[in-house]
Write a protein that binds this ligand. Structure first.
Ligand code: PMP
Length: 299
């Protein structure tokens, strides 16, 4: 077995030595940005889009990433190569770096750039056949005019509170509303509902992260001729939907068959959900950056 190595600021470090200082503002204040990316059989799905979101998030919080997107592509590819991975979950973290105890980021000389790639612990296959149960929770999504949900920052407390509520309810994921009570998203997934063959997902301004998987599903739905719209909806619309599904890098496309005790449709993954899941699983094999093709890493 190969020793796992982690990219840290220009070098590969064995997992047990990959440590950051307690003075890193990512640790002290959640000051930083990150991405969760996935490689499918040596194809890093939509790496370009993930990096665009990372650089946009960093720009928004005035964090200068000391690599170009091209260099970062090589770093991600190189991390997979160095770990001999084809199917992997990749975590890219850029924290503000080491500073003093005050929150002022100008005390931080340089960001910490970390890329971790590891073998994927797949969602149990059975869940895609049975679908999952979720609940809606009291925790509201951060207001989009306070901390934009488009910034994928290290400040995930909002989502963690949702996850705690999901755990307490004994379900794998939960749904949060925005401050007006409209459905926003899950703790780490976007939501879609299907009614009379029409698909609806909340727009970014409601308070959802613009997920890479979400965007891929919007494209696939349009390509397949479904009536697909971004629009505002409430929990009621979720309860009476024919189908509900969640999307995310880890979950891909997963059917939801019960919400707050209401059975969705006939309580089984529906045809639109399955159609899009299969189309997504084809897409992830081709659309992205090849790790073991002609792309040779510079690192
Ligand atoms: N919403 C939140 C809050 C998330 O953390 C994630 C996971 N990145 C998603 C939605 C799904 O986004 P993606 O499809 O890019 O993984």
């Amino acid at each position: 077995m190969m020793d796992q190595v982690i990219f840290m600021n220009g070098e590969f470090v064995k997992k047990e030595y990959a440590k950051v200082s307690v003075y890193d503002h990512g640790f002290l204040y959640g000051d930083g940005v990150f991405e969760g990316i996935r490689s499918y059989d040596g194809n890093v799905f939509r790496l370009e889009e993930h990096l665009e979101r990372l650089y946009d998030s960093a720009k928004s919080i005035m964090l200068a990433i000391p690599y170009t997107a091209e260099e970062m592509t090589d770093i991600v590819v190189g991390t997979l190569q160095r770990n001999g991975l084809r199917d992997a979950y990749i975590r890219l973290v850029v924290s503000r770096g080491v500073g003093n105890l005050g929150l002022d980021p100008s005390s931080c000389a340089q960001p910490n750039v970390i890329v971790i790639a590891e073998k994927l612990s797949l969602f149990p296959k059975a869940l895609y056949e049975t679908g999952i149960e979720i609940v809606s929770v009291a925790t509201r999504r951060n207001r989009s005019d306070v901390l934009s949900p488009k910034v994928k920052s290290l400040n995930y407390l909002n989502n963690i509170l949702v996850k705690i509520e999901a755990n307490l309810a004994g379900v794998p994921e939960a749904l949060m509303m925005n401050e007006q009570g409209y459905v926003a998203e899950g703790s780490a997934d976007n939501i879609f509902i299907v009614k009379n063959n029409k698909l609806l997902t909340p727009p970014g301004y409601v308070g959802a992260l613009e997920g890479i998987t979400r965007n891929a599903i919007i494209e696939l739905a349009a390509r397949k001729g479904y009536d697909m719209k971004e629009g505002v909806f409430t929990r009621h619309d979720v309860y009476v939907a024919d189908e509900v599904f969640l999307t995310g890098t880890a979950a891909e496309v997963i059917s939801v068959i019960k919400v707050d005790g209401r059975i969705i449709g006939d309580g089984k993954p529906g045809p639109v959900t399955n159609d899009l899941l299969y189309a997504f699983r084809e897409l992830v094999q081709e659309d992205g950056v090849k790790v073991y093709g002609d792309k040779v890493s510079i690192i």
